[in-house]
Design a protein around this ligand. Sequence first.
Ligand SMILES: [Fe+2]
Length: 251
Amino acid sequence: MADSRRDFFKKAAALTIGAIATSTVVKSAIVTTNFLEKEILPIDGGKFTLPALPYGYDALEPHIDKLTMEIHHSKHHQAYITNLNKALETVDGNVLGSPQSLENIFNKMIMMPTAVRNNAGGHYNHSLFWQLMSAKGGGEPKGKLAEAIKTQFGSAEEFKKQFNDVAMKRFGSGWAWLVKTKDGKLAIGSTANQDNPLMILPEIEIKGTPVLALDVWEHAYYLKNQNKRADYIASWWNVVNWEVADGLYNS
Ligand SMILES: [Fe+2]
C-alpha cells in the first residue's frame, strides 16, 4: 500500500511537470521545481511554501473570475500552508518521520492533530485543484479516462450529472472527487472540510487516487456566484484540464 501511494505521488509530480511543460501559459521552470520540491516530494525538514499557479489569475476568465482566483490562491491557500507549518511544530519528529512529506502525513493522519489534518489537506487539495484547471480546458474527457467514464457511467454526460449531484449534496464546505480505486474502478464521492481520499482515516468513505477534485467551499465561488453553487460547478466544467485528469487516471 505504501509503495503504491509513493508511486502515485511520484507519478503525480511527473505528470504535473509534463502538464506544465506543455502549457503555453507557463514557461518558467521555477514553477515546475517549486511544485515538485516544495509539495509532492520531501522537503528535508524545511517549510511548505505556496506554489505559483501554472497560469495567471485571470486565465480562467470568464468561467472563474480573477479576483476569486487571486484571493483563493494568495490568501486561502497561503493560510493553509502557514497554518500547516505552524501545526507541524507541535508534532513529534518520530511521528512525522524524515524527510517530511504530505504522503507521510496522510498515511499517519490518525496520529496527527486536527490542525495538521485540515491544513495538510488544504495544501494538497488546492495544489491539485490548480493543476486540474486550464485556460484551454473543458470539453469532453480525454484518453483512457474517457473510455473508462463511458464504460462505467454510460456517457460523459451521465458521469457529469452524477458528479454534479455529489458536489451539490456536500453539506457545508468540502470537496467532490473522482478517484480511481485500488481495484481500478472509478468512484465519485465527497469529503468534508479539507479531507481527501488519500488520508488514512476510517470516517473518509471515498478512497483512491484522485483524478478530479472540485473545491465546493463558498470561498471558491461566492464573489462571482454568491450562493449559487450549481452555477459555479457548471462554469468549472469549462476549465477542467482533462489531460491532467487522464494522466492521474493512468498513474
Ligand atoms: Fe478552496
